[in-house]
Write a protein that binds this ligand. Structure first.
Ligand code: LIP
Length: 264
């Protein structure tokens, strides 16, 4: 078995166990543990417990790998492979009981900077809906055992998704981008989980996705899903505090990028 497939199998196994823990904790009641960059940027006790489980399982299987998670200290490791993990992507949805959240686990080689790393494997598991998306580099993207493919552009316009950061001062600029992008859209969705948005692009449930200010763990697994489903993923304005991620089939990606770059 190739390294990529072995890493993908491990990511799938751990994402499923972690997702079931998250789902159980949600049913038992969610407790706020802390706020981070702003009062709206929350972390729950379940976020921390789920990440601890993921870290323990991954490093039990591959003790010398690195780890970069949203809720715990980074570890560079010694193999050149780093696990990039968001234990519960869509934390605010999770806290409110909105069933749109996912465990996102990716294995990358080399740099841990998005756009510079070599993504090898990834899994995005949405426990509420039971969707298990996974990909191994060079082996395609899947929902369960169904092979995924991004959409081509439709005459009715693109069904797009986006998101907004926790800093209210960024909302005006992001809404200005939305206003410009709507010229190519049939409609817009805002799920609250970047990992699920990217997985939906890979699955053809969305035509495209754009969002500024994502963290490495928000996008690591989902970006690989899109690429392995035949799509394009770009990070632009990488020298800014809030780089813009753009994902979709080639036509949608290129049109989105053109509109966003016009405003830059
Ligand atoms: C979230 C992203 C979402 C974004 C939110 C937040 P978290 O990640 O998945 O797309 O709009 O602002 O960053 O905080 O739930 O892990």
């Amino acid at each position: 078995m190739s390294l990529e497939l072995a890493l993908s199998d491990l990511a799938v196994e751990v994402a499923q166990e972690a997702g079931e823990l998250a789902r159980r904790r949600r049913a038992e009641g969610v407790h706020l543990a802390a706020t981070k960059s702003s009062i709206a940027d929350i972390v729950t006790e379940a976020d921390r417990e789920v990440e601890a489980l993921i870290r323990a399982r991954l490093l039990a299987a591959r003790p010398d790998d690195g780890f970069l998670g949203e809720e715990s200290a980074p570890d560079e490791g010694a193999t050149g492979i780093t696990w990039v993990v968001d234990p519960i992507d869509g934390t605010v949805n999770y806290a409110y009981g909105i069933p749109s959240y996912a465990v996102s686990i990716a294995a990358v080689r080399g740099s841990v900077v998005p756009g510079e790393w070599e993504a090898l494997a990834g899994a995005v598991y949405g426990p509420a809906g039971g969707d298990l998306f996974h990909a191994a580099r060079g082996h395609g993207a899947y929902l369960g055992d169904v092979r995924l493919s991004v959409t081509a552009e439709t005459a009715a316009g693109a069904l797009l998704a986006t998101g907004f950061g926790y800093d209210p001062s960024t909302h005006d600029g992001d809404l200005a981008t939305v206003r410009r992008v709507m010229t190519m859209a049939r409609d817009l969705r805002r799920s609250g989980s970047a990992a699920l948005d990217l997985a939906f692009v890979a699955a053809g449930r969305l035509d495209g996705y754009f969002e500024r200010g994502l963290k490495p763990w928000d996008l690591a697994a989902g970006a690989l899903l899109v690429a392995e489903a035949g799509g394009q993923v770009s990070l632009i304005d990488t020298d800014s505090a809030r780089p813009m991620l753009i994902a979709g089939g080639t036509q949608v990606h290129d049109r989105l990028r053109g509109i966003v770059e016009e405003e830059s």
